[in-house]
Every structure is written in C-alpha cells, then in structure tokens.
Design a protein around this ligand. Structure first.
Ligand SMILES: Cc1ncc(COP(=O)(O)O)c(C=O)c1O
Length: 398
C-alpha cells in the first residue's frame, strides 16, 4: 500500500506558500512528480495551480486542481494544441520549429487574443550545475530547450515568456549560478518589454531542512525587479518529499548460493522504478513492536503503536537479505539490507519516501497487483483512496 501522510503534505505546501508569498512569485505543483489528485483539495489554497507535461496532465490539472495551468511538452501535435488552447494558461514550446508550426493557429484563437493564454519558449542556458547526466537538460546535445545561438535573429512575435528547467534536487546557490547564465545569454530578451514571465522550472529542493530559502526569496525578488517580469516556480519533488511510504509484505524467504532472499509483494521495477533507473537505495524499515529498540545498531522509531527498525547495509545488522519483487525480471531487486532478526513470511517492510516520482511511474508488469493508495489523516485515520482490481490490469491493455 502507498500510504500518504496528509499532515506531512500540508507541512510542505504551507512552507512553499510562505516562500512564494515572501518572494512575490507564483508556485505550482509539477504533476509529473505527484499527481494523486484526491489529495488536491487539502492543499489547493497553498499553491497557484499545476504544471503539466502535455495534454493529459494538463487536463488532469484543469479538472481536478483548477487554478492556473502551465503546459510545456517537448512536442505537440495539432489536436493537442487545439484542445490545450481551450483551457491552458501558459503554453510553452521546446523549439522554434514547434512554435512557428502552431503560431498562426494560436494567435487567431480567442483566448490568445484576449490574453488568456500566454506562450513561451523553453530556453537552455547551457549551464550544468547537477551531478547526474540523466537529469541534466544542459548536457551537450540536449533536446530540451533552445540555446541562445538558435534564437539569434529569430522572429519572436507572439511570445511573452521564457521558461528554463535545469535543476534536480538542488539548492538555491545553483539557481543563482543558473540565473547568471540566463542573464548573460537571454537577459536582453527579458529586459525588453515583450517578455512578461520567467518560469524557473522545478528541481528546487525548497522543503528540505538545509535548503537556503532566504536566498531563493532574494533571487526571485531581484529577478522580478531586474526584468519587471512575473516569476513562476514549478517544483514537484519539494511538494511530496517525505510525505509517503510504500508498505510491503514478505511473501517468501529462502537461500540461494549463500544469499538469503526475501520475495515481497511489491516490485522494484513495477512499483519503485527509480530504484533501478536512477539508481538509488531507499531506506527500509522492519515493522515489529516486539524487538527492543536498543537491540539493533540502527535507529528505531515508534509511531502510533508500530515500531519501525531501520534496515542496515548488508552485514551491518545480524540478518542480511536481498529484497526482491514478484516479477520475472532477474534484476527486480531493491538491494541487500540487514535486519535485527530473521525475516518471516507476513513481516511488514516499509520503504520510505515513495510518494514523489514513484506513484506516477508504476506499472502492472507481469500482472502484479498494484498497491492500494491510502491517505493518513491528522487524527491517524487511514482513508483508502484507490484499490486496484484485475479489471484495471485487463482494461489497460486493449
Ligand atoms: C519542465 C519541468 N518542470 C518541473 C519539473 C519538476 O521538477 P522537480 O520535481 O525536481 O521539482 C520537471 C521535472 O523533471 C520538469 O521537467
């Protein structure tokens, strides 16, 4: 079961609200990171809307969140543009060829003529500040965003915004570096009266305790003053980080070639794909109130009668297991973890921080049952938001 904590979600969105109010900018939820729409009524007041990666997310934003919808996609087709023009508020383009292809259609639309839909270009400031190439839209040959040289001499009639997204899990010092590159390469456009908004994308780790929020506020204020533009931020991860877990049950335990294995009812490839794609090692807890907290080298915490024992790396605690999923993929393994006691069939293991970029990426590979989605309220009550049935699996396939 994916279990989302409502108080944790609201703690994040309230903090984001304080930041955006202090900075005087707008801040929207990036649906690609978290789109569990039944939770939206609980924090809609804190945010200005959503940003979408294309038509379907934009529709979801419009139908379930309301407020402002920002749409940016690497490419659109005619049908998508026609539908988006009916409700999106910002429509950002990834290339000049896409913009020129649809410009006439857009500029003749009543919502464009009335100023209800504004169009922008995603720019690439060619300023890499992150460490992982997979998440770096500024790598040489990137397909994401327009470089300054591509814009030289271009006809920009009809555009009013610039949009960059170059950060991933980063602090505001990297934003400062990026803004200097944006100014050097695109500052002349932002200083012209034509451009009225600058979207600074996502990747801002605003709700992390160490994030320098004061610097973000200063940077946004300075940007607004320097160019006289509206500033938009569109974090995804910062909204849902530390708000949800994936609870798994041990289905089988056995040994193979000297390794102890545990098969769980959840899968790395189907339910936590970033564990394999990024890759990363999630924190895992064994739930057992009978183990004395001090019998394990790893920390334990008791929440509402359940005691969670943090699993160590292989060999750190007495009993090491390779945790695997129920699919056919040989590499459907979350990793080797050690526990204070032997694992047993029926044990509950909890994978931490599985709300963002996890629930949105799940599949039903192998017909493995999809975990239910539940919301834990302030008073501890658990509300099931969605349970998945065989028919959901069947109906996805044709
Ligand atoms: C254009 C754009 N905006 C916003 C985001 C959200 O980023 P994050 O969840 O890291 O804040 C992304 C993530 O890939 C993105 O591509």
């Amino acid at each position: 079961m994916f279990l989302i904590s409502l108080p944790a979600l609201q703690r994040n969105t309230r903090l984001l609200r304080q930041v955006k109010e202090a900075a005087g900018c707008q801040l929207v939820l990036a649906l690609k990171g978290f789109s569990c729409w039944k939770t939206f009524p609980y924090f809609r007041e804190d945010l200005d809307g959503c940003c979408a990666s294309g038509l379907w997310e934009a529709r979801l934003a419009h139908e379930t969140f309301g407020k402002h919808v920002i749409t940016y996609s690497p490419a659109y087709d005619e049908k998508e543009i026609a539908e988006l023009l009916e409700f999106t508020d910002h429509l950002d383009f990834n290339s000049l060829s896409q913009w020129y292809r649809f410009r006439d259609q857009i500029m003749q639309h009543p919502r464009f003529i009335d100023g209800k839909v504004l169009c922008g270009l995603r720019i690439n400031p060619q300023c890499s500040t992150g460490e992982t190439a997979l998440y770096d839209p500024c790598v040489a040959g990137s397909r994401l965003g327009i470089t300054a040289d591509q814009l030289q001499g271009a006809d920009l009639t009809g555009l009013s915004g610039l949009h960059f997204h170059t950060l991933c899990e980063q602090n505001s010092d990297d934003l400062e570096t990026t803004l200097a590159a944006v100014d050097e390469k695109f500052g002349h456009l932002l200083r012209s009266n034509q451009f009225t908004y600058l979207n600074m994308g996502g990747g801002h780790w605003i709700t992390k305790p160490f994030y320098d929020r004061d610097r973000l506020i200063r940077l946004v204020q300075a940007t607004r003053e320097r160019y006289q533009v509206d500033v938009w931020l569109e974090p995804g991860e910062a909204i849902a980080i530390h708000t949800g877990v994936l609870r798994a049950t041990v289905m089988d335990v056995f040994e193979s070639a000297g390794h102890r294995l545990a098969i769980l009812d959840i899968s790395a490839t189907a339910h936590m794909p970033d564990v394999l794609e990024m890759p990363y090692r999630p924190d895992v807890f064994l739930v057992d109130a009978t183990i004395p907290s001090n019998s394990n080298q790893q920390p334990a915490v008791t929440i509402e009668g359940e005691t969670y024992h943090l699993a160590g790396d292989a060999g750190e605690s007495p009993h090491t297991y390779r945790l695997g999923g129920p699919t056919c993929l040989a590499g459907d393994v979350t990793g080797d973890f050690s526990f204070p006691r032997e694992l047993r069939i029926g044990d509950v293991l909890v994978f931490d921080d599985m709300a963002h970029y996890t629930m949105v990426k799940t599949t039903m590979f192998n017909g493995v049952p999809h975990p239910a989605i539940a919301l834990q309220h302030e008073d501890g009550r658990i509300e099931t938001l969605r349970e998945f049935r065989y028919e959901d699996f069947r109906d996805r396939l044709c």
